[in-house]
Design a protein around this ligand. Structure first.
Ligand code: ZN
Length: 675
């Protein structure tokens, strides 16, 4: 699974590169911002490693067309129409209308189609149909993606309603209950098939496999389109010689080159196995590949490439194509390893009652990676964490890889520095300065403690099953992991382990956690709504409860200045003790399965929103005019050749979003318009 959300409080790691020399924010339009990320460490690679990254990166962008077609059958036609106008229209390009046309084009590139990448709703150009038709008519050069024998006017009559008509394909993925999910979704995984027919088809396929002794654990339907032709339903498989063959051929070409420069023989097997899967479309080979992939822990360079996530299919079966090329961030991974290796010390010394503690605790060692290239469903909007493979049986029997992508979170944070968020909501200039200085280190440390120790700490009493807390279980679990992290942030043990050397770090984390839990996370809640999301409930629970526990001693102060509400932590050491008390109580609730106590805490502190404060916060936030969604430009790897042989690979960081998109469409577009 992909971790998509970016915590509003996180601030990324501190790297040796000087951020002021690198422009992290490239462009802003509509509700989007386009950022750039750096790939520190690439230059130090051996030639063989550089070549490997280069070949895998080529494979990562070679499948771009596939995703466009998967999202909606007209997406490639529309993208090619837009691009032909952009490249060949000779009329007024400075007019407001043309600027709006460009924004629409940029949004289509960003969403890999005409539906919003997040909401899945169709979006529309802010120009008239007439203007759009004129653009097509007056673009005489180049080529529009017309069907065979189609006249330009016929083409206009077909394509314009698809773009403008609100009744045509309004939603890419519909989850509306009571309606046929497939007939109401525009995504292109099913053709002429109803939801009931699709469910029936895969039920039969599974029982057929069971009867014939073949593999029943494969991810049925993952890499195919289900279609009905002349009353017969069948799958068209994504593979060489099958659906999307022209793009898959290119992916295979680059993967084969990558196999020749693999870091070790195991990694070579991993790549060859993926090639075999693309050649055959066989899902048992896909599983074999995943088992090999998950066991490859030693290679420095790693990658994801395939039909992987199923969020784009309302039935959650069919996977969209994606790729991420990455390598280990050695310094950051070391940090996580140190924490993991000391897991027992943290468990033994936690403020929790001894009978709720694990006598033997194993820390989870999270790997931190640096992304080098993003493709398909990970581009330009990208996850900040990856946890794969998705098949449950492989996770159970062979484990999974869980990684956080630190150069991406770092770029997010650098791009948002100076966007006014901290300045608007922090209680003092001292707090702002501290946040800018240590915010990134602090939030990384918090994440490590939360992931490597927090969730794995503590034990259930005999007789407690673990599901007693029901719907309150996940916010309480997140609160438990957060409190474990918060409590230890201020412990001298972290200094002793060399994890930080300045107490500003935990102070920053305490300030931002309380500020986020009581104020800034409200910016993500719609007016009149209460808090539902587990992580958000956990944060408000901790912030509101600790505010109340420290009220008499004024540990956390709320104040109003110029009609704006602020919070301020007055006593960080006292707050640490409060976090310890809360951790002990939430661990007790979990260990004993005390549903009533858990429910009361959540309902009292974590759900309701102060309406007056909420509307004040929303007003302040709106004035900052921030883009809610972001994506990234890819760096480009340029091989340096002497007599046809690669002698070096250089990395370049383009800053022209339109240029990169047009370049991809020119050099990495292999599919026909209609598939
Ligand atoms: Zn968690």
């Amino acid at each position: 699974m992909m971790t998509l959300s970016i915590m509003s409080c996180s601030n990324g790691p501190v790297k040796e590169t000087q951020p002021e020399e690198f422009n992290f924010l490239a462009e802003r339009f509509a509700d989007l911002k386009i950022m750039r990320y750096q790939v520190p460490g690439f230059e130090e690679f051996s030639l063989q490693q550089k070549e490997l990254v280069y070949y895998l990166s080529q494979a990562a962008v070679a499948g771009r067309d596939i995703l466009f077609d998967q999202n909606y059958k007209y997406n490639l036609a529309i993208r090619r129409t837009l691009e032909n106008i952009i490249e060949n229209y000779k009329g007024d390009r400075d007019s407001d209308d043309f600027q709006e046309f460009m924004i629409y084009s940029k949004r289509v590139w960003f969403s890999n189609g005409i539906h919003h990448h997040y909401s899945k709703d169709k979006f529309y150009p802010e120009v008239s149909r007439g203007y759009f038709e004129t653009l097509i008519r007056q673009t005489k050069e180049g080529r529009f993606p017309m069907r065979e024998g189609q006249e330009k006017e016929e083409f206009i009559a077909e394509i314009i309603p698809v773009i403008f008509d609100e009744n045509i394909a309004p939603k890419a993925v519909s989850q509306e209950s009571g309606k046929d999910l497939l007939l109401n979704s525009a995504c292109n995984f099913y053709d002429g098939v109803t939801q009931i027919e699709a469910e029936e088809f895969y039920k039969n396929l599974k029982s057929y496999a069971a009867k014939n002794g073949s593999d029943t654990l494969v991810s049925f339907g993952l890499n195919s389109k289900l279609m009905k032709r002349n009353g017969i339903i069948s799958e068209e498989v994504y593979k060489l010689g099958g659906l999307y063959s022209q793009a898959i051929e290119q992916i295979i070409y680059w993967l084969k080159k990558a196999a020749t420069v693999a870091e070790n023989s195991h990694q070579q097997k991993v790549i060859e196995s993926l090639v075999k899967y693309y050649e055959t479309g066989d899902l048992t080979v896909w599983d074999e590949y995943n088992v090999l992939w998950v066991k490859d822990m030693d290679s420095h360079i790693d990658f994801v490439n395939g039909f992987i996530e199923t969020y784009g299919d309302p039935m959650g079966m069919k996977a969209t194509w994606e790729s991420v090329v990455n390598f280990k961030d050695v310094v950051a991974t070391k940090r996580a390893v140190i924490i993991s290796e000391n897991a027992q010390w943290f468990e033994d010394n936690s403020p929790v009652e001894p009978r709720f503690k694990k006598s033997e605790v194993k820390g989870v060692s999270a790997k931190v990676i640096t992304a080098a290239q993003l493709g398909g469903d990970c581009y330009p909007s990208t996850p900040i964490g990856i946890n794969l493979p998705n098949a449950d049986w492989i996770r159970k029997e062979h484990g999974s890889k869980s990684v956080t992508i630190e150069n991406i979170t770092y770029a997010y944070d650098q791009a948002s520095l100076g966007n006014g968020m901290i300045e608007e909501f922090a209680g003092s200039t001292e707090e702002i300065d501290l946040a800018k200085k240590y915010g990134s280190q602090a939030s990384n440390l918090h994440t490590d403690l939360h992931e490597c120790l927090g969730h794995g700490s503590g034990q259930l009493l005999p007789g407690t099953r673990g599901d007693e807390l029901k719907n309150y279980g996940s916010p309480l679990e997140e609160a438990r992991a957060d409190l474990f992290a918060l409590f230890y942030m201020a412990d001298p043990k972290l200094v002793e382990l060399g994890l930080f050397d300045n107490e500003g770090i935990y102070k920053v984390e305490y300030n931002s956690y309380i500020r986020n839990g009581l104020i800034t996370q409200l910016t993500r809640i719609e007016p009149g709504k209460s808090i539902e999301q587990a992580h958000m409930r956990s944060r408000q629970l901790i912030a509101a409860w600790s505010y109340e526990m420290g009220k008499d001693a004024n540990v956390i102060e709320k104040f109003i200045k110029d009609e704006k509400t602020y919070v301020k932590v007055n006593d960080h050491k006292a707050l640490q003790m409060i976090f310890g008390k809360m951790l002990a109580e939430i661990q007790r609730i979990k260990s004993e399965g005390d549903y009533e106590a858990g429910r009361d805490l959540i309902e009292k502190y974590a759900v309701q929103v102060d309406q007056a404060l909420h509307s004040e916060v929303l007003t302040r936030f709106k004035k900052l005019n921030l883009a809610p969604y972001g994506g990234f430009l890819n760096p480009v790897f340029v091989p340096v050749t002497v007599k046809g042989k690669i002698v070096d690979v250089k990395i370049e960081y383009p800053d022209d979003y339109t240029g990169q998109m047009l370049g991809y469409s020119k050099n990495f577009s292999f599919l026909p318009t209609y598939n």
